[in-house]
Design a protein around this ligand. Structure first.
Ligand code: ITT
Length: 213
């Protein structure tokens, strides 16, 4: 069995997305890790040329580990819509454009769903994916991936969270991610449900690489 490497000491959170940064900081906070963001270290943003979430998470983590000479933690994530053949998927950030206009991106998804006649919850299934990667300066990688299943509502509901959260109704719940508190969306057991894709992936990573809380 492959042995996993423990995360100790200082860790770079290799994201330039403030919504993700807040969630990744919260997820790490019980573990006594000294987390510093890519922004605080003035690290650049590598081009995400991978064909999968996993490949893009590794590109981001490796670039930050090389530039900072510290272990680096990256997330690549997105919304996969069944009726749109998996779009926007790995292009979820790009659909919001340079101005990061998620109202426009959500409106585009809804227009495409309407064009395909996807009106019932069953026809509007989607899932979020989060691939997490921790890269060390010596090239070692730890990688996990998880998903959260749900359906897409229209109009968008709630202004908590970020990105596509107001569209996404997780299975078994009556409120969208945009209507949930951060504890409800990604709080970890025993206090939270570990509901989101990122929380689920983080639980896997914590089991492999972090010392018990
Ligand atoms: P970094 O690469 O710097 O981390 P990014 O925003 O470019 O930031 P991604 O390439 O992984 O990150 O794009 C993922 C997009 O998917 C992100 O911009 C969000 O719009 C969306 N997304 C991911 N997780 C989400 C979540 O928990 N809630 C809502 N939208 C999410």
């Amino acid at each position: 069995m492959k042995s996993h490497r423990r995360i100790t000491g200082r860790l770079v959170i290799a994201t330039h997305n403030p919504g993700k940064l807040a969630e990744m900081r919260e997820l790490l906070s019980p573990y006594g890790i000294d987390a510093v963001s890519a922004g605080e270290l003035n690290l650049g943003e590598p081009e995400e040329t991978g064909a999968t979430f996993k490949a893009n998470a590794a590109i981001k983590a490796v670039a930050a580990a090389q530039a900072s000479q510290l272990p680096a933690f990256a997330d690549d994530s997105g919304l996969v819509v069944d009726a749109l053949d998996g779009a926007p998927g790995i292009y979820s950030a790009r659909w919001a454009g340079d101005s990061k206009d998620f109202t426009a991106a959500m409106t585009r998804i809804e227009r495409l769903l309407q064009e395909r006649g996807a009106t019932t919850p069953d026809q509007r299934k989607a899932h979020f994916v989060s691939a997490l990667c921790v890269a060390w300066p010596d090239g070692h990688l730890e990688e996990v991936e998880a998903r959260a299943d749900g359906t897409l509502v229209w109009p968008p509901r709630g202004d908590a969270g970020f990105g596509y959260d107001p569209l996404f109704l997780p299975d078994g719940h009556t409120r969208t991610f945009g209507e949930m508190t951060s504890m409800e969306k990604h709080g970890l057991p025993p206090h939270g449900l570990g509901l989101s894709h990122r929380a689920k992936a983080f639980v896997l990573l914590a089991e492999m690489c972090l010392d018990a809380r």
